[in-house]
Design a protein around this ligand. Sequence first.
Ligand code: AMP
Length: 364
Amino acid sequence: MTNNTFFALGLTSVRLKIIKKLNYTVPTQVQAEAIPSILQGKDIMAAAPTGSGKTAAYALPLADLLSKKDTARALIIAPTRELAQQIQTVIKEAIQDTFMQTALIVGGKNMQGQLRKLKQKPQFVIATPGRLNDHIKRKTFGIEDFGFVVWDEMDKMLELGFREQIEDIFNRLPIKKQSMMFSATYPKRVLKLAEKYLNNPVKIFAEEVNKPNQNITQKIIKIEGNEKLKKLTELLQEQSKTGKQILVFVKTQRAANEISIYLKRKGFSVITMHGGLQQKIRDKNLLDFRQGLTQIMIATDLAARGLDIPAIYCVINYELPQNPEEYVHRIGRSGRYKNKGVSYTLIARSDRADWKKIKEFLNN
Ligand code: AMP
């Protein structure tokens, strides 16, 4: 049994007021289990998929812990710039009306601006591993005084090839620290890191991972490869009538660009999201989409993880992901928290082998 009120979790009344303001009524499972352990100073390793409320699960107790000691600092590391930005928003909510500050250390942004912010010794630093390591190597930023570290989406960071940087960061952090590791899945390489660097962690396997969120209705459409674009147009016509937002996943940056141009010509309100776009444009597109200025986003797997946009109702897999796990993450962009969602997956003859792998992954 887990707690079904925030009151019993040990948070301060300041934080309880903020929780009320955010309209969180009951804690999610990962919050109910992680918050008391974090407040007690324990290391944790939690299996928490996106949409489980994991960000607030560490942001709220850390806000309480750091507000009690003005030299305490927390470093939060996330795989992508977009996720780091989203985390910063949640942290800012959790520390509103306090003396505490945040800084964001991500690639694609002006280093001077980041350095200016770091000089003010903000309590919360949210970083991507690549840019953080750049700063460490150039000795423009030291992490020796960070007594709290959060790893958000560790599986994704390892998948992106950041193992060396991650180990380097762990080794430079003070010996006496509290570490919190969150990962959607726990393959061997994540477990190995946890074993090496965490100190007797409380294990939280709150949700069933590797399984799609039950709020999402999954639909499969078997189709000839050359009919996909026509089918996509039909689906978008039908889905855009709901007035809710739609996310379409493709495999390559080129396909994202081409399909976006095609759909714009057809009169759809579309933006594009992939790693080949300048960071400025990525930020603007994401903001436009988040604010509902455009209804449809065409994206590569860059947008598969972590993005939390409650208005996304429909996810369309125009092409299948390279890696079966990404399927769960992609469709998990809809059905956020307790909303309903729907996903459509277009499967041509040439996709069958990849689809089989996804089905095997889901049934395991
Ligand atoms: P996350 O898994 O951290 O990306 O959070 C998913 C979404 O759930 C975010 O939109 C949060 O604002 C929302 N959320 C987190 N915790 C709660 C809660 N206890 N009650 C209601 N909404 C929540």
